[in-house]
Design a protein around this ligand. Structure first.
Ligand code: FES
Ligand SMILES: [Fe+2]
Length: 400
């Protein structure tokens, strides 16, 4: 039976946390509020420590509209600063990455050390009469901590500690990522025409595996695939029971018997989803970390990193790279399809043709239950003070 316009616009007859208003993906006011209430206050993966391996190595990024630089100091400690000059507010470190013993602003050549202190002001006699002094003009420090090689930053000086934020959510990857030194061997970006949450949602719902040709052939055929249970952690994070995959079910691929990362059975898959925008997936021999950074309501920067064992022999690295790229490379069999899925959803959300999406699957927390999607949107609603099912209704949550 079809629905009339009124019926189409009527909320589904479901519990409120079992559906999502399409406004949360497209409304400019909600987008701006997310930047303030979520992205300026939560811990975010900035990069992996191997991307700033040597003293002076730096990497730049923009997060919640704030330019940032992550730099490894001469003392080898990794720090993060707002990448804005204290003088007339030019970008200090330019380009995506580099190496520098000091950071010199290219506008009037003020200089900062790798601890963020201002160490030189060009022709400083002009500042003698009125100031300021060099001591007052350091860069703005951003909280920055490393866990399992991953560098996290937080723009909010009063936010909870990273350990409190993560809770036990790394329990399944502690041994995998904490035993050997790892390094990023693959990095690529995609600018996606869709909302950042839509991307993260594909990582948090197993049901969409039906849309992936390669997953239908490999992971979904694995023993116990549908029986795995979701694990929900505080603060909107989640994971799912590990499983073992026979990759040789896909024509031309081999099983992953060798070079499995520490603590894994051959072919084992492990997944951790961190609120708001990071997913870590281990597929036996290699790791993928992806982040979805919002640029606009319908515009997102996706960054994908592939990791293997640091300094391993070329032949071993080649196997890991091959395994990674088969699934997750820019021409791999899986990841590109997810972009196509979510851009198709965005096309319907953009101008309001879509009204609601349904996250009502219940299978006793088993793989194709929407439990983690609901958990994520519960956290989103709490932080935003707006229910995801009815985001114009700010008061409903504020009054609870
Ligand atoms: S703006 Fe950086 S030195 Fe003037
Ligand atoms: Fe997918």
């Amino acid at each position: 039976m079809t629905r009339s316009a009124d019926q189409w616009a009527t909320p589904p007859n479901l519990p409120p946390d079992h559906y999502i208003s399409s406004l949360v993906y497209s409304d400019p006011e909600i987008f701006r509020e997310e930047q303030e209430k979520i992205f300026k206050k939560s811990w975010k993966l900035a990069c992996h420590e191997s991307e700033v391996a040597a003293p002076g190595d730096y990497r730049t990024m923009t997060f919640a509209g704030t330019p940032l630089v992550v730099i490894r100091g001469m003392d080898r400690k990794i720090r993060c600063f707002v990448n804005v000059c204290s003088h007339r507010s030019a970008l200090v470190a330019r380009g995506p990455s580099g190496n520098a013993r000091t950071l010199t602003c290219f506008f009037h050549l003020w200089e900062y050390d790798t601890k963020g202190a201002c160490i030189a002001m060009t022709r400083d006699l002009g500042f003698k009469e009125c100031g300021p002094s060099r001591e007052e003009m350091g860069l703005r420090a951003v909280r920055c901590e490393t866990r399992l090689g991953m560098v996290f930053i937080n723009l909010d000086d009063s936010a909870e500690s990273l350990d409190a934020y993560l809770g036990p959510s790394f329990e399944l990857i502690e041994e995998v990522m904490g035993t050997r030194d790892l390094e990023v061997f693959h990095y690529h970006q995609v600018e996606m025409r869709a909302n950042w949450k839509q991307w993260h949602e594909t990582n948090m719902e197993d049901y969409h595996n039906w849309g992936h040709v390669v997953n239908r052939t490999t992971g979904m055929q694995a023993k116990g695939h549908f029986e795995r249970k979701w694990i929900l952690y505080p603060n909107g994070h989640g994971s799912i029971d590990p499983m073992k995959i026979d990759y040789s079910r896909y024509k031309g691929w081999q099983d992953r018997q060798d070079q499995n990362l520490p603590g894994l059975r051959p072919g084992e898959l492990r997944v951790v989803d961190l609120f708001p925008n990071t997913t870590i997936i281990v597929r036996a021999t290699c790791i993928r970390i992806d982040t979805s950074t919002p640029i606009g309501p319908s515009h997102t920067l996706l960054e994908y990193r592939g990791l293997g064992i640091k300094g391993e022999p070329a032949a071993e690295r080649a196997l890991r790279v091959r395994n990674h790229n088969q699934f997750w490379g820019p021409f791999g069999r899986n990841l590109v399809e997810d972009v196509v899925f979510v851009e198709a959803v965005e096309e319907c959300n953009r101008d309001g043709a879509a009204k609601y999406s349904v996250v009502s699957r219940r299978e006793e927390m088993k793989a194709q239950d929407d439990a983690l999607l609901r958990h994520f949107h519960g956290e989103w609603s709490k932080r935003m003070g707006r229910p995801a099912s009815n985001p114009v209704n700010q008061m409903a949550i504020a009054a609870e």
